[in-house]
Write a protein that binds this ligand. Structure first.
Ligand SMILES: O=C(O)CCC(=O)C(=O)O
Length: 239
């Protein structure tokens, strides 16, 4: 899919851009049915349901799936769709290399993910995340939130997340002037975000709506591995 100069400018300025309708509704429906079926089959390699201090979190019944492209042909096809890679490559200015795929189920009542930078987990730069909404994603269901411009500050320090609302234990320390912006998305829309952009999500406050999303991470062929500065990688808080 071809990006306008304005979309590329927005990505560089704010650290994110939404491309509406990247996947059509038939494909989105197929993704939902496919991943619900695969989840119902039982445990998959790398499943993580989040912290154990809130056993009532519905995420535990529907843990996120990771790196499905290693064992699932359809995931590989969707994560390497030509239209998606075209956008990734226009934004990073390099040939893309698929690094990671994930599926978040986020059922009604599920916790969100403490705000963080992906490069606090994956120490390769540049890195880009692609977050595809499979359900309508708004404030009530715990949509993706981003801190515009935060990618320009480099990596933040890490601190403990509030696990009453986050299924992960670590979050980024917020820049003083941080504005947290909710991103409204329709099924099939894709959010592209810089590996240093602070983002995450809050609780799914609804009793009847899911917030499923297909998430991929890419680096460029010329991206470089780096040593995270002290206190700025998720492992630095855990140890
Ligand atoms: O979907 C979410 O709630 C958060 C996803 C996220 O932070 C990520 O993919 O890095």
């Amino acid at each position: 899919m071809h990006l306008t100069n304005e979309q590329i400018r927005q990505y560089k300025e704010t650290g994110f851009v939404v491309v509406p309708g990247l996947f059509d509704s038939a494909t989105v429906q197929q993704m939902i049915e496919h991943y619900m079926k695969r989840r119902a089959e039982g445990p998959k390699p790398g499943d993580t349901g989040g912290t154990t201090d809130h056993p009532e979190d519905p995420n535990h019944k529907y843990p996120r799936m990771i790196n499905m492209h290693n064992w699932d042909e359809l995931t590989k096809r969707w994560a390497t769709a030509a239209g998606l890679l075209e956008v990734v490559e226009a934004l990073i200015g390099d040939k893309s290399v698929l690094l990671q795929t994930m599926l978040y189920f986020k059922p009604p009542g599920a916790r969100g993910q403490g705000l963080h930078q992906d490069e606090q987990y994956i120490t390769i730069d540049p890195l880009i995340g692609v977050w595809v909404a499979l359900d309508k994603s708004d404030k009530a269901v715990g949509q993706m939130v981003v801190v515009p411009g935060s990618h320009k500050y480099g990596l933040s320090r890490v601190e403990a997340a509030d696990t009453s609302i986050s299924f992960t234990q670590v979050q980024a320390v917020m820049p003083a002037d941080a504005e947290v912006l909710g991103v409204d998305m329709e099924p099939g829309d894709a959010l592209f975000f810089d590996g240093k952009a602070i983002h995450g999500s809050y609780m799914n406050e609804t009793s009847d709506r899911w917030r499923r999303s297909f998430i991929c991470h890419y680096v460029g062929e010329h991206s470089k591995k780096f040593e995270p500065p002290p206190g700025k990688h998720v492992s630095h808080l855990r140890s």
